[in-house]
Design a binder for this molecule. Structure first.
Ligand code: ATP
Length: 288
C-alpha cells in the first residue's frame, strides 16, 4: 500500500503557486529524502500532507484516505518552526501530549529522550537550545506511534553528534515498526545514509521521484573536453565548465564518446546538478 499519494496537488498563495501539479506515490516503509532549493515548496507540501493546510487543487491521500484539513491518526509531523509550549517542562509537555493523543506511548517518548544526550526532563522547554527543542519534538512525534512520519528539516539545528543520534533513532523506528518517513533537508550527505527514495521538487513541481539507486542508475556524470560537448548524447540536466573541461550531469545518457569519462553520480552530485539547473533557470528568467 502507498503511505502518501499526491494527485495534481497545487497550492496557491495569492497570485503565486508554491506547489504546482504535484503527483507522486510513496510506498509504505520508504525513507524519503524531500529535497529542493529554498522556496521550492517542500514545507508547503509537508504541511498539506499533515492536514494543516488545504491544497488549492488536487488531492493528497494518507494510506488511501483523503487528507481533509486535520492530522491523520497515523501521521506525526515535525513542523519547521517546532511549535512547543515554552512555559512547560519537558516532563509536563510529555504528560500534556499523552492526554491529547488517543494513540500514545510515554514509554516510547522516554526511550527516545533517553537516547538523546543532554535533554533534561525538568528543564522548561523555552530554556532549551534550538537543537534541544528539536530533539524533544522528535521524541513527541514518535510518541504518537505513527505509520507515517513527516519531518521538516529535522537535522537543521542539531550538532553533528545529535544529528547522528537522531538519524539512528529514525532508522531504528523504520526497522522496528516499518514507519514511512518523509524528511526534508539540505544536508545531502546525511540523507544519503538513511534514505532509499528521493522526491526532488523545484518551483513547486516534482523533478525527480523514485528509488534512489534506480534514479542514480538513470543518470551519468561525464567529464571531457569543452570543445567536444556536441558529441555527447542524452538529456542534459546541468553543466559546469572551465575553459578546457566540461562536467555534465545527464539523464538517460548514451555511452560516452571517446575522450570522455563517465561515472554514476552519488546522491549529493545528482541533487547539486538539479539545484544548479534550477538556479540557472531562475537567473535566466530574471534577465529576460
Ligand atoms: N503562508 C504563506 N503565504 C505566502 N507565501 C507562502 C506562504 N508559505 C510559503 N509561501 C511561499 O511558497 C513558496 C514555497 O515555500 P516553502 O516554505 O514551501 O519552500 P521550502 O522548499 O520549504 O523552502 P526552504 O528550503 O527555504 O524551507 C515560497 O515562495 C514561499 O515564499
Amino acid at each position: 500500500m502507498n503511505s502518501l499519494t499526491a494527485t495534481a496537488v497545487g497550492k496557491r498563495y495569492r497570485a503565486r503557486w508554491a506547489v504546482r501539479d504535484c503527483g507522486f506515490a510513496i510506498p509504505e516503509g520508504k525513507v524519503v529524502a524531500l529535497v529542493g532549493p529554498n522556496g521550492a515548496g517542500k514545507s508547503t507540501l509537508l504541511r498539506m500532507a499533515a492536514g494543516l493546510s488545504r491544497p488549492t487543487t488536487g488531492e493528497l491521500k494518507v494510506f488511501g484516505t483523503p487528507v481533509q484539513g486535520r492530522i491523520h491518526p497515523d501521521v506525526a509531523f515535525l513542523a519547521q518552526e517546532r511549535p512547543l509550549y515554552h512555559d512547560l517542562t519537558v516532563r509536563e509537555l510529555v504528560r500534556l501530549c499523552a492526554a491529547m493523543n488517543d494513540r500514545w506511548s510515554t514509554e516510547r517518548v522516554r526511550e527516545v529522550l533517553g537516547l538523546q544526550a543532554g535533554v533534561d526532563h525538568n528543564a522548561k522547554v523555552g530554556s532549551l537550545s534550538g537543537g534541544g527543542r528539536t530533539q524533544v519534538a522528535i521524541a513527541l512525534a514518535l510518541g504518537r506511534l505513527p505509520r507515517l512520519l513527516l519531518l521538516d528539516e529535522p537535522l537543521a539545528d542539531l550538532d553533528p553528534l545529535a544529528r547522528d543520534e537522531t538519524l539512528r533513532i529514525i532508522m531504528t523506528e523504520v526497522a522496528d515498526r516499518g514507519t514511512t518517513v518523509v524528511m526534508s533537508s539540505h544536508l545531502l550527505s546525511d540523507l544519503h545514509e538513511v534514505c532509499d527514495h528521493i522526491l526532488l521538487i523545484d518551483e513547486g513541481r516534482v523533478q525527480v521521484d523514485g528509488d534512489i539507486q534506480e534514479v542514480l542508475a538513470r543518470h551519468r556524470i561525464l567529464v571531457g573536453p569543452a570543445a567536444g560537448e556536441s558529441t555527447v548524447e542524452g538529456t542534459l540536466i546541468s553543466a559546469t565548465r572551465t575553459e578546457r573541461q566540461s562536467t555534465l550531469l545527464l539523464r538517460e545518457a548514451e555511452p560516452a564518446p571517446r575522450g570522455w569519462a563517465s561515472t554514476e553520480p552519488d546522491l549529493e552530485s545528482l541533487v547539486m546538478g538539479y539545484l544548479r539547473a534550477s538556479r540557472e533557470r531562475r537567473n535566466s528568467a530574471q534577465h529576460k
